[in-house]
Write a protein that binds this ligand. Structure first.
Ligand SMILES: [Zn+2]
Length: 361
């Protein structure tokens, strides 16, 4: 089973694609790879979110901090924000400018006897041109790479999408504020995550016996099978347990909050993973001149381990040496996580490395 899968290319089959979610089957990859993709999609993709709130008037029942937190969690349209927005920390402006941020304003007061809802639809994107004192960073082409409604609250332009409630006010109360939205990733704060949920299932029939089913009389009859179970052959009654089997088919469900589309999330997730791996390869290449037999440091893996194509999972469940352990540990009893996932084509190899060279360093 294992050798067969290693020879196959990874494949993706989309089962369902909607505006805010995608369901797909990823095959012929290692569990470690599937989990890496899940984690990258959740925490490593840049989006924009409100990061700074300047409250000018707040006579609502909610304190300023409460409202600022609610504003931060409002998803904003972030399509192509990788190119459309500069990182605020890399910008040379004084505080925030049109290249590294989006400014939103909210100014609502209630003059009626009925309770009024302040929602995300009251947030208006406004230009920095109203301010004379904004010291802008170095000029760039970021604003030209933004889509229509970039930085607007998700669903504001769609009458079918209910807005997000921020606060309720009564007659005589008002809320006036200015927000600065910046680019960031969810590793820093969950408000920058483009996903509301990313999950995957594997081994729906529990052939690998990762769990023990609790039952009274009939194990099969009392265990409800999910919809993914129809994708795989159920185990025969007389089938022996294959203790060498490893998972290779993953049923993904990716749900976004609307800031990025599901396709963009998956594609950018793969690209982010690719660049992370390329960075590791580049880092390892730098250590190459020092890798003299008998003199190499503990942190550098043996040269023959990479050249032989054994890959990252050399150590398997036992934990590989040095940097390799991080990739190999998630797949007990099986090595070669990254090699099987990417094949030897090495399409993502570093610019200085020939594509066919794959993992050899
Ligand atoms: Zn700036």
């Amino acid at each position: 089973m294992q050798s067969t899968r290693d020879e196959l290319e990874p494949s993706v089959r989309i089962r369902d694609l909607k505006k805010d979610r995608v369901n797909f089957v990823l095959e012929n990859v290692d569990l470690a790879f599937a989990n890496s993709l899940r984690r990258v999609m959740m925490a490593d993709l840049p989006t924009i979110a409100i990061d700074l709130v300047e409250i000018q008037a707040n006579t609502t029942v909610l304190p300023d901090e409460f409202i600022a937190h609610r504003l931060g969690m409002v998803p904003l349209v972030s399509t192509n924000c990788d190119e459309g927005m500069r990182d605020n920390r890399d910008c040379t402006c004084m505080a925030a400018c049109q290249y590294c941020s989006i400014q939103l304003k909210l100014d609502v007061a209630c003059h009626n006897n009925t309770t009024m809802d302040i929602t995300s639809n009251h947030l208006e994107v406004s230009s920095y041109h109203d301010y004379d004192d904004v010291v802008e960073g170095e000029a760039g082409d970021e604003p030209t790479k933004r889509v229509e409604f970039f930085g607007h609250p998700v669903g504001k332009s769609d009458p079918d999408v209910a807005p997000i409630l921020i606060c309720k006010i009564r007659k005589g109360q008002e809320l006036k504020l200015r927000c600065i939205a910046k680019k960031g990733i969810a590793k820093e704060h969950a408000k920058w995550s483009p996903c509301s949920a990313v999950s995957f299932e594997y081994d729906p029939h529990n052939k690998l016996r990762h769990t023990t089913y609790w039952f009274e009389t009939d194990e099969r009859g009392e265990w409800p099978l999910g919809e993914n179970a129809s994708e795989e052959e159920p185990p025969r009654d007389d089938e022996a347990f294959d203790f060498n089997a490893t998972p290779g088919k993953f049923y993904f469900e990716v749900e976004t909050d609307g800031s990025l589309g599901p396709q963009e999330v998956v594609m950018q997730g793969l690209a982010a993973l690719q660049s992370k791996l390329a960075t590791i390869v580049l880092g390892l290449k730098k250590t190459e001149p020092n890798m003299v037999p008998g003199e190499r440091g503990d942190e550098a893996p043996p040269a023959d381990a990479w050249a032989s194509g054994a890959g990252w999972g050399e150590g398997g469940a036992g934990g590989g040496g040095g940097n390799a352990s991080g990739w190999g540990n998630a797949s007990p009893g099986r090595g070669g996580a990254a090699t099987s996932a990417w094949g030897s084509g090495g399409g993502w190899s570093s610019p200085t490395q020939p594509a066919a060279a794959g993992w050899n360093v």
